[in-house]
Design a protein around this ligand. Structure first.
Ligand code: KDG
Ligand code: MG
Length: 402
C-alpha cells in the first residue's frame, strides 16, 4: 500500500481549521487535524511544502517509522508548528490503518479501558450570578464536571468570558485585540465564585478552573490554598510552564490538584513535571503534541508517576482531534478527564462524526478508523478568515501573559 496524494484543506466553518487528507493507491484515505490557533497557515505551508512531498510513495502502515522520519529526519525537532504537522499526519495514518483493518482506532491502541470518556464543559459568566446559571445549565445537560470562569469586577475583559454575552470563542476576528489584567482583583474574586457554586450546587459536581498561565508560583500557591475548601478537580495552568521548577513551590503549599500542558508539544516539555510528581494531570493533546503515537508515550510515562491525562479540547481543536482524543482516552489506563467545548453547528456539519455524548460521557463510536470525515464541498463554502488570540496587558500597560 502506498500514499499517493496529500491535500491540505483550509476552512472556517465558525472558526479556522486546517485538515490534512492522505490518499492511498487502495482508495482508502485518512484525515488529520493540523489547526494551530492564530498560526494556522504556517502549519498548512509546513505540510504542503515540506511534509507531503516526502510522504508520497511511503507505506502508510508504518506509522512509527513515518513519525520518526518527520521528527528525526527533519533535523529541526519539536516546536508547535512541527509537532502539529506531525500530529496531523499521525492521525491520518491511524485513521487509514483502522479503515484497512476494519476496526476503530481504540482497538489498535489496546482496546477499551472504560465504558466512556468523562468530559468537562465550560461555564463562563460575566459575573458570579451569570456563572452560577451557566453551571446549572451544564449540570442539567448531564455533565458531571464543569469548568467555571467568571468576569472580574473592575477588569473589562477576562479569559474565558465572552464580551458580547454569546458563546465564548478564544480567537477573535482580525488582528489581536488587547485585553487588560489585574492579578490582585482576580485573586480577590475567584474564591468567592467557587464558594457560591458549592453553596448552590453542593459537593457532587466536579469543578475545574483555568488560571491561564497568569500567576507567579507564590500567587498560584495562594489561589490553590484559598480554593481548597471547595475541593477543585483541578487548577489549570497556574503559571507559565517554561520554568518547570516553579511548580514545586505551588506543590509545597497546596493540595489543590494541578493540571498543565495544553501548550506543550513534546514529552520533554513535561518530563520534570511528571517525574518529580509536580502535577496531577497532563493536558497535552493528540493535536499539538505529535499525534496519537507521541501521546501514547506521554501517557505511559505519566502512568509511572501517578499522573493522569486531561486532554485539551477547546473549539480550536477540530472534531478530528476530538475523535482522535476519544480513541486515545478510551485506550489508556491513566485517563483522567477530557475537555469538551461544543463546536458550532457549521463545524459539526463540515466534520460529520461518529462520536456522541450521553450523561456526561463521550463515546467514540465503532466506525473503522477515527470515525470522522470532512465534507470538502461544504468546507469550501467557508474560506479562511484571519483571527487571533488576544494579547494581555496589566493595568499599567505592561505586556502580560494571555
Ligand atoms: O488556542 C488557545 C485555546 O485553546 C485556549 O485558550 C483554551 O485554555 C484553553 C482551554 O483550557 O481550553
Ligand atoms: Mg486552558
Amino acid at each position: 500500500m502506498k500514499i499517493t496524494k496529500g491535500k491540505v484543506i483550509v476552512c472556517s466553518p465558525g472558526r479556522n481549521f486546517i485538515t490534512i487528507k492522505l490518499e492511498t493507491d487502495e482508495g482508502v484515505y485518512g484525515i488529520g487535524d493540523a489547526t494551530l490557533n492564530g498560526r494556522e497557515l504556517s502549519v498548512a505551508s509546513y505540510l504542503e511544502d515540506h511534509v507531503i512531498p516526502c510522504l508520497i510513495g511511503k507505506d502508510p502502515s508504518n506509522i512509527e517509522d513515518i513519525w520518526q522520519y518527520l521528527y528525526r529526519g527533519a533535523y529541526w525537532r519539536r516546536g508547535p508548528v512541527t509537532m502539529t504537522a506531525i500530529a496531523a499526519v499521525d492521525m491520518a495514518l491511524w485513521d487509514i490503518k483502522g479503515k484497512v483493518l476494519n476496526t476503530p482506532v481504540y482497538n489498535l491502541l489496546g482496546g477499551k479501558c472504560r465504558k466512556g470518556v468523562m468530559v468537562y464543559s465550560h461555564a463562563n459568566g460575566k459575573d458570579i450570578e451569570h456563572t452560577l446559571d451557566e453551571v446549572g445549565k451544564h449540570l442539567d445537560m448531564g455533565y458531571k464536571a464543569v469548568r467555571a470562569q467568571c468576569g472580574i469586577p473592575g477588569v473589562p475583559t477576562t479569559y474565558g468570558v465572552p464580551k458580547d454575552g454569546g458563546k465564548y470563542e478564544p480567537a477573535e476576528k482580525g488582528l489581536p485585540s488587547e485585553h487588560a489584567w489585574s492579578t490582585e482583583k482576580y485573586m480577590r474574586h475567584v474564591p468567592e465564585l467557587f464558594k457560591r457554586i458549592r453553596e448552590v450546587y453542593g459537593d457532587e459536581p466536579l469543578l475545574l478552573h483555568d488560571c491561564h498561565h497568569r500567576l507567579t508560583p507564590i500567587e498560584a500557591a495562594r489561589v490553590g490554598r484559598d480554593l481548597e475548601p471547595y475541593r477543585l478537580f483541578w487548577m489549570e495552568d497556574p503559571v507559565p510552564a517554561e520554568l518547570q521548577e516553579g511548580f514545586r513551590l505551588i506543590r509545597e503549599h497546596t493540595t489543590t490538584p494541578i493540571a498543565v500542558g495544553e501548550v506543550f508539544n513534546s514529552i520533554y516539555d513535561a518530563e520534570r513535571l511528571i517525574k518529580e510528581q509536580l502535577i496531577d494531570y497532563i493536558r497535552m493533546t493528540t493535536l499539538h503534541a505529535g499525534g496519537i503515537s507521541h501521546m501514547k508515550k506521554v501517557a505511559s510515562f505519566a502512568e509511572l508517576y501517578h499522573v493522569q491525562t486531561g486532554s485539551h479540547g477547546a473549539t480550536d481543536l477540530s472534531p478530528v482531534t476530538m475523535a482522535a482524543a476519544l480513541h486515545f482516552d478510551m485506550s489508556i489506563t491513566n485517563f483522567g478527564i477530557q475537555e469538551h467545548m461544543a463546536h458550532t453547528d457549521e463545524t459539526d456539519e463540515v466534520f460529520p462524526h461518529a462520536y456522541s455524548f450521553n450523561e456526561g460521557y463521550f463515546y467514540p463510536g465503532d466506525e473503522p478508523g477515527l470515525g470522522v470525515d470532512i465534507d470538502e464541498k461544504l468546507a469550501a463554502k467557508y474560506p479562511y478568515d484571519p483571527a487571533y488570540l488576544p494579547v494581555n496587558r496589566k493595568e499599567d500597560g505592561t505586556l502580560f501573559h494571555w
